[in-house]
Design a protein around this ligand. Structure first.
Ligand SMILES: Cc1cc2nc3c(=O)[nH]c(=O)nc-3n(C[C@H](O)[C@H](O)[C@H](O)COP(=O)(O)O)c2cc1C
Length: 207
């Protein structure tokens, strides 16, 4: 379910629509901008960054489903980037985020944490109010990974737009845990719907 909620001060930058008009010198006055709109008057393309790490394929399938859902929105470009490759510049360039990770040892996967460690301070206070959601692939729990991401997102002053989507693969034995995962179609549908809803909200300027 989406949490559109009442816009807060923190969410305002993502909701703004830039209106440029000419000053006496003919130059635009960006400080009067009250929204995000390209100078040619057309709404600009938005980007949804999906950062993913996956050891045995579960979180990747979830992220790909979210990406597929988001791709149905013509004015939103979903970008699926592995946590290993994702950089602060990718975060700054995006309008919204999906973070997809397994829960390993009661925490988000180390590679996902490494992404946050590298990107955290370079983007701090520069992405306030942008929307995000998290996808967690877990054997039997997933709550701690979700909580960790939520805490980081609070630090970044992101706006959570959906409850963490946790899929449990029920892997308990070492063999099952290390086996390649196949996420069921009902769970993939949820991930796809979440990606579609995030993209629709970005396109409509709700988030
Ligand atoms: C080293 C390791 C630690 C794990 N620890 C947990 C855990 O604390 N809680 C849990 O629910 N699942 C745990 N799991 C199970 C994984 O979350 C599960 O296998 C999930 O499918 C992994 O996602 P992936 O397929 O995207 O790699 C662990 C798996 C590994 C390999």
């Amino acid at each position: 379910m989406l949490w559109a909620g009442v816009p807060t001060e923190a969410s305002l930058p993502a909701l703004q629509i830039e209106i440029y008009y000419s000053s006496p010198t003919g130059r635009p006055l960006p400080h009067l901008a009250v929204g995000r709109r390209a100078r040619n008057g057309r709404a600009r393309m938005k980007t949804l960054l999906i950062v993913v790490h996956s050891l045995t394929g579960g979180a990747r399938q979830m992220a790909e489903a979210a990406c597929l859902g988001a791709s149905a929105e013509p004015s939103v470009q979903p970008r699926l980037v592995s946590a290993q490759d994702a950089r602060a510049a990718d975060v700054l360039a995006a309008d919204g985020y999906v973070f997809a990770t397994p829960e390993n040892l009661a925490a988000m996967a180390g590679r996902m944490k490494d992404f946050f460690d590298r990107a955290y301070y370079p983007v701090l206070d520069r992405i306030n109010g942008r929307p995000y959601a998290s996808l967690i692939c877990a054997g039997s729990d997933g709550e701690n990974a979700a909580r960790q991401i939520a805490r980081i997102a609070i630090g970044w002053r992101l706006r959570v737009v959906a409850a963490p989507l946790i899929v449990c693969t029920k892997a308990q034995t070492p063999e099952a845990i290390l086996a390649a995962k196949t996420i069921g179609s009902a769970d993939l549908d949820l991930c796809r719907d979440l990606g579609a809803a995030l993209a629709a909200g970005l396109a409509a300027g709700i988030f």
